[in-house]
Design a protein around this ligand. Structure first.
Ligand code: AMP
Length: 360
């Protein structure tokens, strides 16, 4: 199996959304071609050399896809384990099965993190209403009930307040295998986006500070308002997690910053084994974008510099905000990115803009 790709080779990406689109565009800049595989056509199809529309369990289509590429990656963490295993028997899948299995299940993820000495919210497995009662007894209120699998953008989770009926809460997550998490009284939400190369090298961007609206990322600022010590601890944690997962590619670690008086502490919320919305600013604001960095890593190439060009502000355009494109284009200094989605449905990520202010 080839470990390293060469310019002119094809990379494979599962998923046809904006992340796949921006990976394909970065790959093209480095002389690579991209084959996108997805059950549904999406914005990545507009910019790739080849695409396949087929189900993730269509072994004939998966085999043909694998034959056409030198490496397989993905833009979302819920790639079915069977699909990943089928592809991995034919081509390197980067990041690998361990990263996928760990990040797909919140219980496995937190158990792994605590096992390597990384702090998370306190948690307990919940498989029944009796488990939920015992977990709330143990972790108190407020706490958060989350499905173990398939939750994103606030889906599959419910805040257990003082007055919340537990039977209704368990119903609200579909009585699915879940975890209860103790509530972390965080001051800010931050993320570390790093990359680990095939040779074990690691490079991280400066810590990003993220604000969510209605559970969707709205705004990222870099540098984050964190102490130097907390920033260093956060970055070291991301490197440690990547090394323990024997990771290849861009990894995102979402974290809570907790302030105890003058002390700042980092608590990890979750791992995304992929490029991330809070790293979109790197397209305009860093020497190497997260998308290029991911391509470099999965191709077995040297990592690029993550150095920032200045102070960063990134805003997502969600739903109807995307209709504002013409006004945004006329703002000097804004770098606008539109994902080519035709319909501005509510909660849909239509694009983003970045403003880079050079630092004195
Ligand atoms: P998640 O789906 O785990 O990323 O959670 C979505 C959002 O819910 C996070 O970005 C936080 O704003 C909030 N949240 C999740 N878990 C906790 C927690 N244990 N304590 C406090 N807030 C949380």
């Amino acid at each position: 199996m080839t470990q390293k790709l060469r310019p002119g080779d094809m990379i494979g990406v599962l998923g046809s959304g904006q992340l796949g689109r921006m990976i394909a565009m970065a790959a093209a800049r480095l002389g690579l071609r991209t084959h996108i595989y997805c059950p549904d056509p999406g914005p990545a199809f507009d910019v790739c050399a080849q695409f396949t529309v087929a189900a993730y369990d269509d072994e004939e289509a998966l085999a043909a896809f694998a034959d056409s590429v030198g490496v397989v990656s993905y833009e979302f963490e819920n790639v079915p384990a069977k699909t990943a295993a089928f592809l991995a028997a034919r081509r390197p899948v980067r990041p690998g099965a361990r990263a996928l299995a760990t990040s797909q299940d919140r219980f496995a993820e937190k158990t792994f993190l605590n096992g390597i000495g990384v702090a998370t919210a306190p948690f307990a497995a919940v498989d029944s209403i009796d488990d939920l009662r015992a977990a709330v007894e143990q972790l108190g209120r407020p706490s958060i009930l989350k499905t173990r699998r398939m939750g994103y953008d606030g889906k599959g989770q419910i805040l257990i307040r003082e007055t919340q009926d537990l039977g209704e809460a368990f119903q609200a997550v579909g009585c699915a295998p879940s975890i209860l998490e103790g509530f972390v009284p965080f001051a800010r939400e931050v993320s570390v986006i790093g990359a680990r190369g095939l040779d074990g090298s690691f490079a991280a961007y400066d810590v990003c500070e993220n604000e969510h609206e209605d559970h969707i990322l709205a705004h990222t600022m870099v540098p984050a308002r964190v102490s130097e010590a907390a920033a260093l601890a956060a970055t070291d944690m991301a490197g440690h997690i990547a090394a323990e997962l024997d990771y290849v590619g861009v990894i995102t670690v979402e974290m809570f910053l907790v302030e105890d008086g003058m002390e700042q502490r980092i608590v990890v919320n979750e791992i995304a084994p992929r490029v991330h919305n809070s790293g979109h600013w790197t397209l305009d604001g860093a020497v190497t974008s997260q998308f290029e960095q991911h391509v470099r890593a999965i191709c077995g190439w040297p990592l690029g510099s993550p150095r920032r060009h200045g102070r960063i502000e990134m805003r997502n355009l969600i739903g109807a905000q995307g209709n504002d494109w013409e006004r945004l284009l006329s703002q000097p200094g804004l770098c606008l990115h539109l994902y080519g989605k035709h319909e501005a449905r509510p909660r849909r990520k239509m694009g983003h803009w970045t403003k880079v202010t050079p630092e004195g």
